[in-house]
Design a protein around this ligand. Structure first.
Ligand code: HEC
Ligand code: HEC
Length: 879
């Protein structure tokens, strides 16, 4: 579709070497993952364990094959022969007025049956609340700590740049495959620049790299990119997806803006740029207040030390979940139900981002696939319960800390109270002054009336309006406006009439302003912190807060094999914080934790290769996908946490720079590997596809589409309009008459997308059509869709038209003698081909002719070309 629209603009466009979009084939649906959640919502209350209408149980494939009163309900491969499809397709099920399946849901069920009705083949576990964990369940690979494997030997040693290559190549060689050739320099530069900074390389950078023949030219580029402030912006964006970051509270009727959330966003950008060790990064986000001993600093120091402030801001991670509570909420029915939602979402955010487990499945019943008894869900919930207590809820606007010590907060409050008193006093004086002159006006104007009616008018106006007689009413209606004008009229009249009033009131207004300017607010921090007193955490039967079971104590997942168990003791009675979150963070960040390092390196891998070693980054459990390279995953995980440099590639700077948990060091290793540097096309693709159709073994790189933000930022970068200002409150969005949501057309709207306001109910249209997630809870992996509205949005948006014009201006300024070549270089990061040169030059001539006689004909023609380049697949994809 996009190509067709481009050709409408440029008949010869089809001649351009546009990259062919990689067909992102959706894997076949799996029952547990894709279908069960749908059935849970729409079917299981009548076809589950408690109620089984028509004796039909829809909780598993075997039960469906067995079927109900009318025999089998499912016939894998044939929807038309499957009773359950027949019922769904005809909207017979669910029966009556219940919400039927949507078209998308129907398509999914049909596709599932057609593809053979796959299930995970994993038997479900017993469902008692505290089912004991069996030894065999503990032996599951991801529940045991990673063990550093030996680096395998390979035949093609020339392709080995670092141990990553040995692990990948060994598997390829086992199957008679090998790496694709190395990508050409221009492709590689664009790939690594987009990956690390979310922006394309500039013409100068391309030029420098193409000319640099030194053996470590590429490594120098990698180091430059890792040191760029844009690196933090790009990688913070990935992390904020996991955190479920937004600048507004949530859905309901009003989607209140969050005033101070952005400080957490800035914290994440800074953390990535500073290469904050990942263990510290997690500890701060989960327990920054306890880690830096906030309360002691609060009580004993005048100003909070910087590390305490940073720790507090970091806990904004735990304030990302939707929280719609308002001060008046406590009066509504079922309020704790809403509050539990925030608590449950927070737990899901923490578990899915750091542990890669679907802990949330154990909220209503013990986890059906992973050894997580329901009690352990509530033990984890207890970790956060001391801060988020559904029965002692602090409404979100009041759940804030000020950036100051106790004495400072008191001092500021006292000073503000004085200011408020002074302002009130001045306002009183101003009122008195106005009253005085209003009376003077009255007297002066009364005196101007004929003497005969003066006293009658005075009496009439002085009388209670309800008690006036007819004559008085008449007089009042005639003279009220003139003699006793209403306050707005007075405000106009008095200064005009009485110069001395004008002077005196101006002086008072000035004094009020000066006094108000002394008002000083301490900056707000959107932190999570414990409330005083000991919380209770009841297990909720079936997840229902109206059906509480026994209380549980804080704890963690005991199926996981760790060397340091969760270590928490109840604090002293008057302790200001419980230490629960810190104990959890310490447990989570021990170097040999089975999941923490593996989950993170797998994410880094996912962003650099388009697919994780574990293809389900948020599910390392039994129905998650098994790792394609288990040894590599463990090698990376152990390398990641290692405090001293492991043998690192000699080219990568050489010196001992690796401290434990360095994200940058891990990425340096990944992007300098031959595996990463491969081309995305392979001369032996035909054979390789037969053996490994999904490229799980990495016989070539994967072509990837830029994420929405990166695409928008790249448009701004090539057009030359990017405003590189970092940090600060979010740029507000604007809703246009036609419903499109846009960023302001001024310089603030040309900032990187990470600084634009994320309003849950009002996403930026351009970002939304390119799959920016709607933050309901969090997003553990973005979808990549291909829809006509993407091309339409690009071609029709004012934004793109403006950027195309700016891009044309830039090209004409920087390379007036060869605009087409320079535009291609800037947009696609590679030299123009001879064929393109011919096509584009004649296009420019033809367009210029069409615009002949209009001012700027050449620039308009070039702007058309620029717009086409920025809407092309080659622009949106990283090869
Ligand atoms: C409100 C309760 C209710 C819900 C919800 C419900 N069903 Fe049913 N279902 C029934 C009843 C009652 C029958 C038996 C009467 C009939 O066939 O209409 C039935 C029968 C069936 C049958 C035929 C079974 C047989 O062997 O005769 C199928 C298949 C079926 N349901 C599938 C579904 C599916 C799929 C869903 C969810 C999309 C669903 N049902 C949701 C109540 C429900
Ligand atoms: C809000 C509560 C709730 C949550 C959260 C929940 N379930 Fe359930 N689950 C139910 C209910 C209710 C049933 C149906 C009653 C029954 O069959 O026991 C059910 C049934 C099931 C079944 C049916 C098979 C069986 O052996 O009983 C499976 C499998 C299942 N859930 C898996 C999951 C998974 C996986 C998750 C997480 C993605 C999850 N559940 C999250 C409430 C929940």
């Amino acid at each position: 579709m996009r190509r067709r629209l481009c050709s409408a603009l440029l008949p010869a466009a089809s001649l351009l070497a546009f990259a062919v979009r990689a067909a992102a084939a959706d894997p076949a649906p799996v029952f547990e993952k894709d279908i069960l959640p749908l059935f849970q919502e729409k079917c299981l209350r009548c076809h589950g364990s408690d109620t089984r209408r028509a004796e039909l149980d829809l909780r598993g494939k075997a039960a469906m094959l067995k079927g109900g009163e009318s025999g089998p309900a499912l016939s894998p491969g044939s929807p038309e022969k499957s009773l359950l499809w027949i019922k769904i397709a005809a909207d017979k099920m669910p029966p009556g007025k219940a919400a039927k399946l949507t078209d998308a849901e129907k398509t999914l069920v049909r596709a599932w049956i057609e593809a053979g009705a796959r299930d995970s083949g994993v038997a479900t576990l017993p469902e008692e609340e505290s089912a004991p964990i069996r030894e065999e369940d503990r032996r599951f690979w991801s529940f045991r700590g990673p063990v550093r494997p030996a680096v395998p030997a390979v035949r093609q040693t020339v392709r080995i740049r670092n141990p990553i290559d040995a692990f990948v190549l060994a598997k390829l060689e086992e199957k008679g495959l090998t790496f694709a050739p190395e990508a050409d320099k221009a492709t590689l530069l664009r790939r690594v620049t987009c990956d690390l900074t979310g922006l394309p390389p500039t013409p100068a950078e391309i030029d420098a790299f193409l000319k640099d023949d030194s053996p470590d030219a590429y490594e120098k580029v990698v180091d430059r990119l890792l040191a760029s402030p844009h690196y933090g912006e790009q990688w913070a964006r990935h992390w904020l997806d996991l955190a479920g970051y937004a600048d507004s509270e949530g859905i309901l009727d009003a989607d209140y803006p969050r005033t101070a959330a952005w400080r957490y966003r800035d914290y994440v950008v800074r953390a990535f740029n500073a290469d904050k060790p990942y263990d510290r990064f997690l500890k701060e986000q989960i327990a920054g207040d306890e880690l830096t001993d906030y309360w002691t600093a609060y009580h004993t120091q005048k100003e909070l030390p910087p590390d305490v402030i940073e720790g507090l801001i970091a806990t904004g991670f735990l304030r990302c979940a939707c929280d719609t509570s308002r001060p008046d909420f406590s009066t509504i029915k079922n309020a704790p139900g809403y509050y539990y939602q925030t608590l449950d979402d927070t737990l899901k955010i923490v578990a899915s981002s750091t542990l890669g487990l679907t802990v949330q499945c154990a909220r209503c019943h013990s986890h059906k696939y992973d050894p997580i008894p329901q009690t352990e869900y509530y033990r984890l919930q207890a970790v956060f319960m001391s801060a988020y207590r559904p029965y002692q809820w602090v409404p979100q606007v009041q759940r804030r800390l000020l950036e100051g010590g106790e004495a400072q907060v008191k001092e500021v409050n006292d000073a503000n109270a004085k200011v408020d008193a002074a302002v009130a006093d001045l306002k009183k004086q101003a009122d008195a002054l106005t009253r005085e002159y209003a009376d003077k006006l009255f007297a002066d104007r009364l005196a101007a009336l004929p003497e005969a009616i003066r006293e009658d008018v005075r009496t009439a106006l002085g009388a209670d309006p309800a008690k006036r007689d007819a004559v008085q009413n008449y007089l009042a209606s005639k003279f009220q406006k003139e003699l006793r004008p209403d306050p707005p009229a007075l405000a106009q009249l008095l200064p005009k009439t009485y110069p001395d009033y004008s002077m005196k009131s101006a002086a008072l207004a000035e004094a009020i302003k000066a006094e108000q300017a002394k008002h000083h607010e301490l900056p707000e921090i959107r932190a999570l912190y414990d409330l005083p007193g000991e919380p209770q955490t009841p297990l909720l039967r079936r997840g229902d807060y109206l059906n509480p079971g026994p209380d549980v104590q804080p704890g963690v997942l005991t199926a996981l094999d760790v060397s340091k168990p969760f270590d928490w003791k109840p604090p002293a009675k008057d302790a200001p914080t419980s230490g629960r979150r810190l104990a959890f963070a310490e447990w989570l960040t021990q170097p040999d934790h089975p999941l923490t390092a593996r989950v993170m390196v797998n994410r880094l891998w996912l962003y650099h290769f388009g697919e994780g070693i574990v293809a389900t980054p948020d599910n390392f459990g039994r129905i998650g996908s098994p790792p394609s390279h288990p040894e590599l995953l463990d090698w990376l995980a152990t390398q990641f946490v290692a405090p001293s440099p492991q043998p690192s590639p000699p080219s990568v700077g050489g010196e001992a720079r690796v401290r434990g948990w360095s994200i940058k060091a891990m990425q340096r290793l990944i992007v300098t590997s031959s595996a990463y540097r491969q081309a995305s096309v392979s001369p032996t693709a035909a054979a390789a596809k037969k053996i490994d159709p999904d490229d799980r073994l990495l016989w070539r790189q994967r072509m990837r589409r830029l994420e929405a933000e990166s695409l928008r930022d790249s448009i701004l970068a090539v057009s030359g309009s990017l405003n590189a200002e970092m940090y600060g409150p979010p740029v507000p969005m604007q809703r246009q008459g036609d419903g499109e949501v846009t960023a302001p057309a001024d310089a603030s709207g040309a900032r990187r997308s990470i600084y634009l306001q994320v309003r849950r109910s009002q996403p930026l249209t351009l970002l939304q059509v390119f799959d920016q997630p709607v933050m309901e809870t969090n997003c553990t992996r973005r979808a990549v869709s291909t829809t006509p509205s993407q091309a339409l949005t690009l071609l029709n948006s004012d934004f793109l038209t403006r950027q195309a014009d700016a891009f044309a201006g830039r090209v004409l300024k920087e390379k007036p003698d060869d605009p087409a070549a320079y535009a291609v270089l800037t947009a696609f990061g590679r030299p123009i081909t001879a064929k393109e040169k011919g096509t584009l030059t004649s296009f420019l001539e033809a367009q210029a002719k069409r615009y002949q006689g209009t001012p700027d004909a050449a620039r308009r023609a070039l702007a058309d070309l620029c717009q086409m380049l920025m809407s092309a697949d080659e622009f949106a994809y990283v090869d």
